[in-house]
Every structure is written in C-alpha cells, then in structure tokens.
Design a protein around this ligand. Structure first.
Ligand code: AMP
Length: 394
C-alpha cells in the first residue's frame, strides 16, 4: 500500500516541495515556487517526469500554496491519498528536541522561537498555516534542523558567557543540518555493517552551507554550527568562525551597522568573500588558471575543515569513520583529497582512484586497510524528513 507524504520547505520567498511514498521511498512529485512577495512569481511542478510551469503573483505563502494545490489537482498526483505533511523547521530552540506533530500550541511555541531564527522561522510558520488550511484533514509534522543536536553535552553547547544572560535569551550552540547528519550517520553505520551503539564517527555536510559533527553511539556530541548557522566551517557565502571581536571592529572602524555586518558575514563572506565566487564549479577553473584568490579560498576551506576534524578526533578519542556528504562533499574531489592526505598520520588512508571516481552511490574512498574508513554518502534530506514524519504520526 502506498503512503505518500508531502514535504514542504518554506523559505522567505520560495517553497520547495516533494511527495515521497513512505513505503516504496519513490518520489512521485517535486516542485519549486519562487518569488513569493515579488511582482511575479513562478511555479515548476514535476510529476511522472513531466514539468509544468506557470506564473502568478504570490503576495504571500497562502496564495502560493493554494496554487501548488491547484497544480496537483490539474497535473497530479492526487493529494487525496497524502497521509501527512512534513514541514522543514530550521530552529526548534530548546523546546523541540524531536520531530513533533503540529497543533495550535506548537505553532504558538514556534512563534516564540522567532527571535532565534528571524529569517527562517517566520516563512516556516507561514507555510505551516497555509498548508494546514489547504490540507486540514491530515496530520502536519514539524521536522527540526536542530533536533539531532539536542544530545550535545553542556560543555559543548555552552558558550563561555554569563549564564543568566545565556538562559534568558536561549543563547547556546544549537547546531543545524540535523536531518542530514542523522540520515548520513545511520547510512554510514549500515554501509560498514556497524552497530550504532558502539560506533564513533564524524560527518562532514559540505554544501553551500556546511557543518561537521562528532557522533558517538548515534548521538551528536559536538557540531560546528552554533546559535545560528553562521558558525564553523567556511561556506559558500558565510564566513564560518571569525573572531567575535570582528563585529565591534567593523562597527567602529568601518562604520558598518549591525544589519550590514550580518549581511556581510552571511552573504558576502566564505568562498565568495575570499575568491569572488561561492560555487566550487566556478572556483575550479579559477584555481586551474592559477588565480591567487581562488587558491587561497581553497587553502582556507581545507585548513578549517582539517582543524575541525582534528578537534573531533581528540574529543571522540577513537574514530571509525569519516563521511563526506552534500554538494561539495559528494562532488569535490580535491577538498576530500587534501583533507584526507593531511590526516594520514591519524590513520586515514586515501584510495585516490576511488576518490576520483564519480558516482551517486554510497562508497568508500579510503583503502580497504585504512584504520579509519572514509566514505562518501549522498544525503537525502527529503527522504529523511519523510521517514521522520511517518515515525512521528505512528
Ligand atoms: P548543496 O548546498 O548541498 O546543494 O551544495 C551546493 C554546492 O556544492 C555548490 O555551491 C558547489 O560548491 C558544490 N557542488 C555541487 N556540484 C558540484 C560538482 N559537480 N563539482 C564540484 N562542486 C559541486
């Protein structure tokens, strides 16, 4: 019997959606709505390999999701069989430690969390409201990016600041990309035939956003993102770790406002700040041509990654696997090669041929006798969300 789940990922001006059958795990529809709140919006709806596009003014998520439902009615598949709707929620704060069936109290609690994720949670809530109005007869489920990191110990999630202030405002490390870290860490255990209960591993989710986590017996013990998804690794447009003193320095010396600094660190830093491009596919030809900014961007990217892996090796004591995932982790051969070569003294032995091979499958890129297994595992956040949604309604 089929068990279709509708998955929604609502951004401020866009909605990504997918229907996944929870039994067969087949994707039966995908779609993207763009330019919500702008002059003219677009929708691309794909079912059975056929893409249908349309344009309309979407003043808000409510109008956009009503049009999405109309596209399903016109082009299929039918939404009548959908058993649940899973919503990607970026920030669950301290309140939401796991995937949660949504009711009015959950919505109220999500609203209280807006200060922690002012850019992400409001469109998420708008999407939930609109989807509940459109599909009132099925359960709606919130899947949190932060939930997987609810297991972090206090020494990992606490910042060394005044504890009263931290408590009052909920200031702590939360971690993000949790759905991906959870999915990939389980896949890594499966791939190696390991029992999660006695398996120490590191997962590097390297996409446009990037984060890395240390996982012990299936529970995250540290991760690189923090109160916000700005901390940690070098990303496409985000700086990752900088000296916190940089913010007052920029305010005082460059005369930048808080909003300008926020924009600068989130959208104009990372690879794009260092090299002028945020995508490795654009960086690669620049490096080949000897562009110094591009070469430095790569150096900084890899240096930061190695430093995090080294610190997680020390935290975990003994590591059996390191897994690369997401756009960069799955495709960028040189990032993996340079990282693993640097870690050779710690028992990471690269198999260059396996590393160079292109594949969409989970695979090992270390030699068979490498003390630490190095894997590449494609992430599938939608499938992970579908599974979590089903688990929550059961
Ligand atoms: P994601 O956020 O997981 O979709 O990752 C997107 C990023 O992955 C892009 O910005 C690129 O830097 C990188 N990427 C995707 N495909 C490739 C590829 N074929 N080769 C190198 N880098 C890639």
């Amino acid at each position: 019997m089929s068990k279709p789940i509708l998955l929604l990922n609502c951004g401020s001006s866009s909605v990504k959606y997918q229907v996944i059958d929870a039994e067969s795990e087949a994707v039966t529809a995908t779609g993207l709505i763009q330019r919500i709140g702008e002059d003219l919006g677009t929708i691309d709806h794909t079912h059975d390999g056929n893409k249908h596009s349309d344009q309309r003014v979407y003043p808000d998520h409510k109008v956009a999701l009503a049009h999405m439902v109309a596209m399903f009615e016109q082009y299929g598949p039918s939404l009548n069989e959908v058993v649940a709707v899973g919503h990607r929620c970026v920030h669950g704060g301290e309140r939401f430690r796991e995937t949660t069936v949504i009711d009015d109290a959950v919505i109220a609690a999500l609203r209280e969390l807006i200060p922690l994720a002012p850019l992400h949670n409001p469109p998420g809530i708008a999407g939930i409201d609109a989807a509940r109005a459109e599909l009132p007869d099925v359960p709606h489920v919130a899947v949190f990016d932060t939930a997987f990191f609810s297991t972090l110990p206090a020494q990992a999630y606490s910042y060394a600041i005044d504890t009263d202030l931290a408590k009052r405002y909920g200031i702590r490390k939360y971690g993000f990309h949790g759905t991906s870290h959870s999915y990939v860490s389980r896949k890594a255990a499966e791939f190696l035939g390991k029992d999660m209960a006695s398996f120490n591993q590191i997962v590097a989710h390297l996409g446009n956003g990037a984060s890395i986590s240390a996982i012990q017996a299936g529970a995250a013990v540290d991760t690189s993102m923090g109160l916000t998804p700005l901390a940690g690794l070098v990303m496409g447009t985000r700086s990752g770790d900088v000296d916190p003193g940089l913010t007052p320095f920029l305010a005082n010396q460059a005369g930048m406002s808080i909003a300008e600094i926020d924009d600068f660190l989130n959208k104009k830093s990372g690879l794009i700040g260092l090299s002028g491009v945020n995508d490795f596919r654009d960086l690669e030809p620049m490096m080949d041509a000897g562009d110094e900014r591009a070469l430095l961007a790569m150096d900084v990217y890899v240096h930061r990654l190695i430093s995090y892996i080294g610190s997680y090796l020390a935290l975990l004591g003994h590591v059996e696997a390191l897994t690369f995932t997401a756009g960069v982790g799955e495709n960028q051969v040189m990032v993996r090669e340079r990282t693993i070569r640097a870690l050779e003294p710690f028992g990471f032995v690269l198999d260059p041929e396996a590393n160079n091979a292109r594949s969409k499958q989970a695979r090992r890129i270390s030699t068979p006798d490498s003390p630490v297994a190095v894997l590449v595992i494609p992430t599938n956040e939608e499938l992970a969300m579908a599974r979590e949604t089903v688990a929550a309604i059961n």
